[in-house]
Design a protein around this ligand. Structure first.
Ligand code: GLU
Ligand code: ZN
Length: 485
């Protein structure tokens, strides 16, 4: 990657050459999800960025599960993250991650040790102030901690939180290849808590200690962590963590109203898209083009091109619109591009095996493949070929069975008793009946389609009828005619 230039990472400590050292070491990146729910599409994008960057730089991609919030973590979410990550890169020739999963909770002794080191070195102090105490002194809920206990010399005790003492002067510069190295005046950073009153480590401490411990060189993560990054860097340096990592804070995903995608409001679970029959290669393509694009306007970008051209520093820093319609259209294109045998194979999770491996499906597959945008649409496109009892969709029925539907059905039954049984002849015969009743070809089709398939939408009708066979087709046409009468 391009070597980012900029001021020394932390001006107060003058570590001018730390950045070069970071870049000159073998790249180690990590994805560090908290297992508190389904795998968010934003997380999926961040994990892809890490994966690609590791591959491009011959680095190592570590998976670390940040499972310290015992109340919100569940084993099934941990399992879900891993299977979703594997799905997302399936078909590619590298594993979903190289090392791990490591578990943050297993590193708790190191987190405590780091806190003790900071206290012993005078970089952190104990504090017994309550929120109300601070509010009373500062006169505001939002003023932040006022440093009251800096010089009180409190010892560790139940109810005493440990605070990191931030410098009063200087600025902390975050070297961020997406954000353009933002600067944070140290005077604005409050003395933040690193151990709670009950002695448990705060997220930020655990996060930094783990990154140091794992030799992380580049931190590619969600934008929401940017405001805490100056604190993380100060901790990193106070712990003698070695060269600071280079950061890339990945922009938010938003919905059509430009609102941050939310679990409750928006469809954000990668697992849901997988289960609906989005192809991993389509999802990858779509995710990569949120906030980045290779030269040209193409929306379908071969993965080899992504691997060759993607640069973290070219990622746009503004929020990206997660457009489900666009994703769906891209997915349809990927489905159409599959060799038909592979399309049939990929349908396996959605289409019962005895249907999928039949000659009927082999005959219909190329036609179905042209028409679906998600693989979960396949069964309802073809079920009429396999079921004996095709239920009529009432809405379709009402739409299609208006006069002169009865006459059309009578005429088509008549013609289909004797006509040649191939798609072209079946089409001609039905259209001739329509014409006799003053209907355009597309209008004549509707009652026949609903009679045979139960619905107004589906694969090309006359090809379907050809596959269905004369006897079954006539039985359905007659049944519909009787229902109409
Ligand atoms: N566990 C954090 C999260 O899921 C990620 C922190 C990080 O990447 O540094 O938001
Ligand atoms: Zn205090």
């Amino acid at each position: 990657m391009r070597r980012p230039r900029g001021p020394p990472a932390t001006a107060t400590r003058g570590s001018a050459c730390s950045l070069a050292r970071v870049i000159d070491r073998p790249v180690r990146v990590r994805f560090a999800p908290s297992p508190t729910g389904y795998f968010h599409v934003g997380g999926a994008k961040t994990s892809l960025y890490n994966w690609i960057f590791a591959r491009q730089s011959n680095g190592v991609f570590v998976l670390r599960i940040e499972d310290t919030d015992a109340e919100r973590n569940k084993p099934e979410w941990i399992e879900g993250i891993q299977s979703a990550m594997q799905w997302l890169v399936s078909g590619l020739d590298s594993p979903a991650w190289d090392e791990g999963p490591y578990f943050q909770s297993h590193n708790a002794p190191k987190h405590l040790e780091a806190a003790a080191t900071l206290f012993a070195a005078g970089r952190a102090y104990y504090c017994d102030c309550t929120r109300d105490d601070v509010k009373e002194r500062t006169g505001s809920e939002h003023a932040g901690y006022d440093g009251h206990c800096r010089t009180r010399g409190l010892e560790a005790a139940p109810g005493h939180a440990l605070r990191f003492r931030t410098p009063d002067e200087g600025v902390t510069v975050v070297v961020d290849v997406i954000r353009g190295n933002p600067e944070f005046p140290n005077g604005h950073l409050e003395d933040f808590i690193i151990l709670r009153g009950n002695g448990s480590p705060m997220f930020l401490l655990a996060n930094v200690v783990d990154d140091i411990d794992m030799g992380i060189t580049h931190v590619v993560r969600a934008e929401e962590h940017l405001s805490n990054t100056p604190k993380a860097q100060l901790l990193w340096e106070a712990l003698d963590g070695g060269p600071l990592p280079v950061f890339a804070h990945v922009p938010l995903l938003v919905n059509e109203k430009r609102q941050k995608l939310s679990k409750r409001r928006d469809p954000v679970a990668l697992e849901m898209y997988r289960d609906q029959g989005f192809l991993p290669e389509a999802m990858r393509n779509f995710l990569m083009l949120l906030g980045w694009s290779p030269a040209g306007d193409d929306e379908i970008v071969p993965w080899s091109r992504v691997m060759a051209d993607f640069r973290l520093e070219d990622v746009n820093s503004s929020p990206a619109y997660f457009d489900v319609q666009k994703l769906t259209a891209i997915n349809g294109e990927y489905i159409r591009a599959l060799p038909v045998e592979e399309f049939i194979e990929r349908c396996a999770p959605w289409v019962p095996d005895e249907w999928r491996t039949s000659e009927v499906f082999t005959a219909m597959a190329p036609l179905v493949q042209e028409r679906v945008k998600r693989l979960d649409e396949v069964p309802e496109m073809i079920d009429f070929l396999f079921r004996d009892d095709v239920p009529f969709d009432e809405q379709s029925w009402n739409k299609a069975m208006k006069a002169p539907a009865d006459a059309i059905l009578d005429g088509v039954i008549d013609a289909y008793e004797t006509c040649a049984w191939d798609a072209a002849s079946l089409k001609l015969a039905a259209e001739a009946v329509g014409e006799r009743h003053g209907l355009k070809p597309s209008k004549a089709q509707a009652p026949v389609r609903v009679a045979v398939t139960g619905r107004t939408v589906g694969p090309p009708l006359y090809d379907s009828v050809a596959v269905l066979g004369r006897e079954r087709t006539l039985a359905r046409l007659r049944a519909a005619r009787a229902r109409l009468a």
